[in-house]
Design a protein around this ligand. Structure first.
Ligand code: HEC
Length: 172
């Protein structure tokens, strides 16, 4: 073999190596391209997952009030009742600035005979149950516009639940 032949062989080898490298580069960039889309989709679905997770969380944080009462702490409720004491007594018949709260859960609204209720309260039909009582206490002036009860309200659902539990256990 002479130099000319060697050059051809080496040249050919180099040529096929170059073709090989080009093909490899080509497939790699295609592969990379598709990898990117994959990644994008993956990311998108992950985002969706995250979204659905937060919705689930939001739903589970909204605990029904009845359950809050069931898991409530009446000792803490007694402390909350400290805010009511200046106007309300729990003993039957003992009215103060407000009507007594004896057996207040399931008691007809505005039904203490010798108490001078406002029309706002007299116009409310039905009984005080756990939920209506808690709604009234969260913002009395909103629940019964024109009420004489001069109390801004219990803003925390936990406080209302603990108080309702306390009233249930201690007002009968
Ligand atoms: C500043 C005095 C005052 C405070 C404090 C107060 N109340 Fe009253 N409450 C009243 C008055 C007055 C009424 C009568 C309202 C009316 O006739 O409009 C009333 C009415 C009520 C009623 C309706 C009773 C019925 O017979 O229908 C409930 C229940 C009640 N209060 C619970 C509470 C609780 C629980 C608290 C504490 C978280 C509280 N109140 C704090 C003065 C007060």
């Amino acid at each position: 073999m002479d130099t000319m032949e060697w050059t051809k062989i080496v040249g050919g080898l180099c040529g096929s190596l170059l073709v090989f490298l080009l093909i490899q580069w080509g497939t790699e960039s295609i592969y990379h391209g598709s990898d990117h889309t994959d990644h994008g989709e993956h990311y998108a679905s992950q985002k969706l997952d995250n979204n659905s997770e937060t919705t689930e969380l939001d739903e589970s944080t909204e605990i029904p009030f009845i359950e809050l009462v069931m898991s409530g702490d009446s000792a803490k409720g007694k402390k909350v009742f400290g805010k009511c004491k200046s106007c309300h007594k729990l003993a039957d018949g003992e009215n103060g600035i407000g009507p007594h709260l004896f057996k207040i859960i399931d008691r007809d609204v505005a039904s203490v005979p010798d108490f001078d209720y406002s029309n706002a309260l007299l116009e409310i039909a039905g009984k005080w149950d756990q939920e209506s009582l808690a709604n009234f206490l969260s913002n009395p002036k909103k629940y019964a516009a024109g009420t004489k009860m001069n109390f801004s309200g219990l803003k925390k659902a936990k406080d209302r639940a603990n108080l309702v539990k306390f009233l249930e256990e201690n007002s009968n």
